[in-house]
Design a protein around this ligand. Sequence first.
Ligand code: AMP
Length: 397
Amino acid sequence: MAFTSIENVDFSGKRVLIRVDYNVPLNQNQEIVDDTRIRESLPTIQKILSQGGTVILMSHLGRPKGHEPNFSLMPIAIHLSKMLNKNVVFDRELFGPRTKDVTQKLKPGEIALLENLRYYKEEEAGDEDFASRLSELADVYVNDAFGSAHRAHCSTATIAKYFPNSKYCGLLLENEIFNLDKILNTEKRPFTAIIGGAKVSSKIDVIRNMINRVDNMLIGGGMAFTFVKALGGNVGDSLIEDDKLEIAREIASEMVRKGVNLYLPTDAIIADGFSNEAQTRWSEADSIPDGWMGLDIGQKTIKRFAEIINHSETILWNGPLGVFEFEKFKQGTKSMAISTASATIRGAFSLIGGGDSVAAINRYNLTDQISYVSTGGGAMLEYLEGKELPAVKALEE
Ligand code: AMP
């Protein structure tokens, strides 16, 4: 069975429990650094409120150990209230008579946000009793939390069975799946994947699954050095996963067999320490001296990668090409963001996901120039790996 979208459902007079993903970055002053996930949840919320439904939102934030105040959703309730221009009732107590009381008193068109689900260990355990108690708060369940869709937790999966005839997929979750399917089944070629980030280990399954779909695979970031070393290069003190050298070799030869063009960095900006204050110089990527580490792709690589992106019709990007958090090593990531945006303006379909790549595209104000920016990191990777997402499965059963 396929999931049912909220698109054609009438929510008037219904009490609707929506699982959103408000796991947004906060700074030390508890201020929201990036509110993309909150913004992207608004269409679902607004549809239900405007139809005269009552909305009860639930989310997790970070990984608290018990009731740590720094992980409270209070700042998010305040922010959401401003965005909706409407009071958002915030309940510090997730359960108990008070929660039920507060939510029962809500009138059609009113909205409340519950406290961090992960204050309760039952949430991650997928506890049945916890799910059943949560389900008593509403008549309808909507999941719109794509960022948490790869988790089989109480609020994302277990709870769905308590709403056998009234569980729906929110507009954001539906849109994410639509766009990921679009990229996985694209016929617009050439199809280029840009994969960066720190570790090969976290991206191996995606790379493997994408081998059967892409024409070009551009690999950058820290993980590129495991490939460069596996193919015989000297990478000095660059980030390496020695236990992944064999897999990197296997992946490279599988690409050759399947006719996929693998592009690794040919040059790098190297540094004598992992810091923005480190001394830097240029090096061939396969002859980095000991005591030095590659922290960004070099100009030759940028030019070559940009040319491939410019000739691509479908582009998937996950993971930064260098340590873009440091001013000195941001150029590779910035250039890929610009190339991907200009290819999109020319007519290519582009999809970017993963916290760091999305932060980069936001930082350079290019978000509107990308066809689709995913709100999910882990969930997006798992979907691209070909795995079934537990939250989606729960809506389908
Ligand atoms: P990931 O979460 O695996 O996508 O990795 C993102 C992190 O990779 C960012 O914090 C980057 O600073 C880091 N990164 C990118 N390039 C390198 C590099 N050459 N060496 C070390 N870390 C890197």
